[in-house]
Design a protein around this ligand. Structure first.
Ligand code: PAF
Length: 284
């Protein structure tokens, strides 16, 4: 029988494990997650494996990035299955705080609040609490583990850019690596929240990536971004989604962009099917 992946339950235990790796001269990669792991997360772990000697995966459903109206209580928690999956991809250590208080002890009062073009609009317009929650917990995770590299999925493209900004601004000595989105056979981006979709919604959900792909293709062919975005928004709403946004942004800075001549373009979308909110993005 293969041994299970060791689990650190306290910051002190995490630091002891990391100190042992460092003492052996090993490099460390961190893959931050909220658990409910799927093939997308496992691809991040495999990528991390290629970049460092040791891979630490954090599993923490971070309450500060959920608004009171959101799904913190019902967010899928599948710890036993997560551990089995992480053993199969040879993760070295799971950092799973024993309680919310281990991460946010009584008296906790500091927040990292990102600003600038990457943090403005898109998700921030619809989930104003989100990036301060992510920025605070990611900063803590990076400082707790002090990895050489940390791997984030491109599925949360704005999050990736915000994390890059924080690390640069706060001089956190880590290299941030973005990893491509893993998709179902019909194109739907893998997400822990896909389990919420009914069979009927699941069929509609796949049209989101099809629309993104069609929009990207039209822009590549030379059609005007503004017109393509209007058509894309209509197509998404006609398919049965409630659209939060479909926007074209500069892929590097996330500033609004009007034409391909201005730089690399990324299309980003968020839309709801019933109570489930899906996000996705594509390079043009
Ligand atoms: O992308 C996620 O799963 C979360 O936002 C993260 C980065 C683990 C922070 O809680």
């Amino acid at each position: 029988m293969t041994r299970g992946v060791p689990v650190a339950r306290t910051v002190a235990a995490l630091r002891r494990a990391v100190a042992r790796y460092r003492a052996a001269g090993e490099t460390i990669a961190l893959v931050p997650t909220m658990g409910a792991l799927h093939a997308g997360h496992l691809s991040l772990v495999r990528r991390a494996r290629r970049r460092a000697d040791r891979v630490v995966v954090s599993i923490f459903v971070n309450p500060t990035q959920f608004a009171p109206s959101e799904d913190f209580d019902s967010y899928p928690r599948t710890f036993a299955a997560d551990l089995a999956a992480l053993r199969d991809v040879s993760a070295d250590l799971v950092w799973a705080p024993a309680s919310v208080e281990e991460m946010y002890p009584p008296g906790f009062a500091t927040r990292v609040v990102p600003a600038g073009p990457a943090a403005v609009g898109l998700e921030d317009a619809f989930r104003p609490h989100f990036f301060a929650g992510v920025a605070t917990v990611v900063t803590k995770l990076l400082l707790q583990c002090l990895p050489d590299v940390a791997v984030f999925g491109e599925k949360d493209f704005q999050q990736l850019r915000v994390v890059e900004r924080i690390v640069a601004d706060l001089n956190i000595p880590v290299r941030i690596i973005g990893a491509p989105t893993v998709r179902e056979a019909d194109g739907l981006a893998m997400s822990s929240r896909n389990v919420y979709l009914s069979a009927e919604q699941r069929a509609v959900a796949a049209t989101l990536y099809a629309t993104l792909s069609a929009c990207a293709e039209k822009i590549r062919e030379g059609q005007r971004i503004a017109a393509v975005m209007r058509q894309g928004r209509r197509a998404i709403e006609r398919a049965g989604f409630r659209l939060d946004y479909l926007e074209a942004r500069h892929a590097g800075t996330l500033e609004p962009i009007a034409s391909l001549a201005e730089g690399p373009v990324r299309l980003l979308v968020a839309a709801r099917l019933g109570a489930t909110r899906l996000i996705d993005n594509i390079a043009v």
